[in-house]
Design a binder for this molecule. Structure first.
Ligand code: TEU
Ligand code: CA
Length: 557
């Protein structure tokens, strides 16, 4: 059967600032990625998504681009990037670029021009509005705290920024701007990139009335109904597809907060008029409360489970899922969904990857996840770097919505910095990441958790990941088998089967540290073969007691 490469791939996300520092300035770089390509090859992944490498003042670590055609000095040169492309391609690894075009940096030339005067040719590249009764044009709150509007004294108007004030939103209503973006995308495709991960691509179309939003947490109004999956977003993506995407053999994944399965079936429709797949946010938003993600509550397993089942069932045959439990915006997956205690860290990390990779769709691994890297749990506010953490800490504690002590606990569990500390290569200084003081503090547990140790140890998390990735080559049911949930009522296990005419899989995952009694269907016991188990168990019985965080997969032909 002829399948597009993006359906057969396992994607690995690199956060370049924290992957590997080749020149010892404390910052990861492109040459560092090249040096570690053999490590990635060994793991068995075949696509890399690399977070932004472009010129940026780094207000949001590169998600604020000031030149879309230039590599940031910290990371290297265009020559280094071209070298990375060819070295990766030599190893059969493709590279996705992170495309950040809902907004640019306020230091981008377009914005510097735009703010000069109301009749500047670039004025309309951004979204400018007059004050309303002497204040902001509406009450929307930004993703990172504060208003979405910033006053600019030069022309006495406000500009829209859904993220920080250094990330002004681009005005996609302007056709000239859209075609500049398409040209820039072609520039990278011609250079040889294999696709794009598109940052918040479902926010690019705004309802033009700019009405106030409903106030949920007493500070700002919710603008989401006016900018999430906005009125012209599908038109824009279809245009981008016609102008750029359809002309190349590339892969696309849209980052789309706030999408439903219905939206997904449009963005990632089988006719492929828009994107190949999207990242949905429902399962990582489980348990969010009135202060959004800033809560110390453990995720609700039953809610998590019903969300995953819904996405698996509703997209089957209609659109393609992307499968992830962590990335650079989320806490470490083993800390959030598993158990990062010394006793259960490895078992639960292996259980989680069994779960994630046996679902239907394209799996994503976030750097360090394959070692079972954990949250950093920084104790001091000074150790945090992320603009989101710092701004919300200030806004929520100053307005009295939460105490400083409680907010520190929230940061420890949910700050994006938990996943942004440097990769642990070995147990030497700074985990072998760099000989220099690192740009963000190390997670001190690199002495126990590191790649060098895990590569050598047969039963490591790394080797388990390697095995599970390799399974995809022999069991095509993992790509296209129908997903059927099993033991739906259980609040402890996530179990399901994957079914095709030639082969069926029985997947069992214990999400708790308790023993759980289960029944394995006779069908899978007669001539079924266990293809992976995090306890190395090969023999199963109809009535079976699952051990803490136990996971296994039985294949039946
Ligand atoms: O993230 C978009 C997004 O939805 C996040 O802001 C999310 O709400 C937050 O991280 C949850 O804590 C993308 C990028 O992945 C993120 O790193 C950027 O900061 C953001 O867009 C702006 O470009
Ligand atoms: Ca460096």
């Amino acid at each position: 059967m002829n399948r597009p490469f993006w359906k057969e791939s396992v994607v690995y996300q690199i956060y370049p600032r924290s992957f590997y520092d080749s020149n010892n300035d404390g910052i990861g770089d492109i040459k560092g990625i090249i040096e570690k390509l053999d490590y990635l090859k060994e793991l068995g992944i075949n696509v890399l998504w690399i977070s932004p490498l472009l010129e940026s003042p780094l207000d949001d670590n590169g998600y604020d681009v000031s030149d879309y055609r230039k590599i940031l000095d910290d990371y290297g040169t265009m020559e280094d990037y071209e070298n990375l492309l060819s070295q990766a391609h030599d190893r059969g690894i493709k590279i996705l670029m992170d495309l950040v075009v809902n907004h640019s940096s306020n230091e981008h030339n377009w914005f510097l021009e735009s703010k000069k005067s109301k009749d500047n040719p670039y004025r309309d590249y951004y979204i400018w509005r007059d004050a309303k009764e002497g204040a902001e044009p509406n009450n929307w709150g930004s993703f990172f705290g504060g208003s979405t509007w910033q006053y600019d004294p030069e022309t006495k108007m406000y500009y829209l920024h859904l993220f920080t004030k250094k990330q002004p939103d681009l005005n996609w209503e302007n056709e000239k701007l859209r075609y500049e973006i398409y040209d820039m995308m072609k520039f990278w495709c011609e250079k040889g990139v294999d696709g794009f991960r598109m940052d918040v691509i479902n926010l690019i179309s705004k309802v033009q009335s700019y009405d106030d939003g409903i106030v949920h947490n007493n500070l700002y109004g919710d603008g989401a109904p006016y900018y999430m999956n906005g009125p012209r977003v599908h038109e824009y993506l279809q245009e981008m597809n016609r102008e750029v995407l359809s002309k190349y053999d590339i892969m696309t994944v849209g980052e789309t907060p706030g999408v439903t399965t219905k939206d997904a079936k449009q963005y990632a429709n089988n006719n492929q008029t828009e994107l190949n797949m999207i990242f949905q946010f429902e399962h990582v938003g489980v348990g969010d409360e009135n202060l959004g993600k800033w809560t110390t509550k453990r995720f609700d397993f039953m809610e998590f489970k019903s969300i995953i089942i819904k996405w698996q069932e509703e997209l089957y045959g209609k659109a393609w899922n992307s499968l992830y439990l962590g990335n650079h915006d989320q806490p470490r997956s083993v800390s959030r969904f598993g158990d990062d205690s010394a006793q259960y860290r490895e078992l639960s990390a292996k259980m989680l990857v069994t779960f994630n990779q046996m679902l239907q769709g394209t799996p994503y691994i976030y750097q360090g996840e394959e070692l079972g890297m954990t949250n950093a749990y920084f104790e001091n506010l000074e150790d945090y770097n992320d603009v989101e953490s710092l701004r919300y800490f200030k806004e929520y504690t100053e307005s009295g919505l939460i105490s400083e002590k409680e907010m520190m606990e929230c940061l420890k569990l949910r700050s994006r910095d938990n996943a942004r500390t440097p990769f642990h290569w070995d147990d030497s200084t700074n985990g072998g990441f760099s000989a220099h003081k690192t740009w963000i503090k190390m997670n001190p547990n690199f002495t126990e958790i590191n790649a060098k140790e895990q590569l050598l140890r047969q039963d490591s998390v790394f080797n388990y990941y390697k095995n599970i990735i390799a399974l995809r080559k022999y069991h095509t049911v993992i790509y296209d088998g129908k997903f059927v949930p099993y033991m739906i009522e259980s609040d402890k296990v996530f179990a399901f089967t994957r079914e095709t005419e030639n082969e069926n899989l029985f997947v069992m995952c214990n999400f708790t540290k308790e023993n759980v009694e289960i029944e394995i269907p006779q069908y899978y016991l007669e001539n079924g073969v266990c293809i992976i188990s995090n306890y190395n168990i090969t023999d199963y019985t109809h009535r079976y007691i699952l051990k803490p965080y136990e996971a296994f997969v039985i294949s039946k032909n």
